[in-house]
Design a protein around this ligand. Structure first.
Ligand SMILES: CC(C)(COP(=O)(O)OP(=O)(O)OC[C@H]1O[C@@H](n2cnc3c(N)ncnc32)[C@H](O)[C@@H]1OP(=O)(O)O)[C@@H](O)C(=O)NCCC(=O)NCCS
Length: 175
């Protein structure tokens, strides 16, 4: 099952398979992400496609996916930067990290993060990468720590899921 995995930025023709993975991620892990399944479902398909198309601008704004041997995306991560803002160009942000349950603990998330960090550094000269992670998400938090991200703050009550507040750590990796 783990044979022939490969990584590449999503392209316009990946929209349908991306949508399935995105909806699965939001449905499985609402407390782990900033957006939620119901809000995402309320967006029209055309608007979802337009949102997706904003991330077809490699190496500035993109979704990097890991594909299996059937060419299905089984994990992904988003990267955003502000290429037009001189005073923000030194920073990048990662978000939306998700790996399908059957493929976890095989270093796919580690590889996705590493590819994004390398791309940002080499292609854009990015100096620091930021992310947010829900405090209860210990698995993702320890993964980020292991990869050299440090906590620089905590946003209390960052999310409200099923009437429960969730705090988020703000993390940074200096490149
Ligand atoms: C968090 C998440 C992305 C991790 O994905 P993953 O591909 O399993 O991550 P990795 O395999 O790279 O690393 C995860 C752990 O597995 C371990 N691991 C890696 N390869 C392994 C292997 N071959 N055998 C056993 N363990 C392994 C890693 O060391 C790491 O362990 P740690 O807890 O000590 O850090 C995944 O669990 C997920 O999608 N969760 C739901 C969404 C989510 O939380 N997203 C993050 C939002 S901020």
């Amino acid at each position: 099952m783990m044979d022939n995995l490969y990584y590449r930025p999503l392209e316009v023709e990946d929209f349908e398979t991306y949508l399935l993975l995105q909806e699965e991620a939001l449905q499985n892990s609402p407390e782990l992400f900033g957006s939620d399944y119901e809000s995402y479902q309320a967006i029209s398909k055309l608007n979802k496609e337009q949102l997706f198309e904003q991330f077809l601008d490699y190496p500035y704004n993109f979704l990097l996916a890991c594909f299996n041997s059937s060419n299905i995306p089984i994990g992904m991560i988003g990267f955003s930067s502000k290429k037009d803002k001189t005073n923000l160009r030194h920073k990048g942000e990662i978000w939306g990290l998700y790996v399908k349950p059957d493929y976890r603990t095989k270093s796919i998330a580690t590889n996705l993060i590493q590819h994004v960090v390398d791309s940002a550094k080499e292609n854009l000269g990015t100096e620091q990468i930021l992310l947010k992670v829900a405090v209860p998400n210990t698995k993702a938090y320890s993964l980020y720590l292991k990869l050299g991200f440090l906590v620089y703050g905590t946003e209390i009550r960052a999310l409200k899921v099923d009437n429960q507040y969730v705090d988020e750590y703000l993390m940074i990796k200096l490149l």
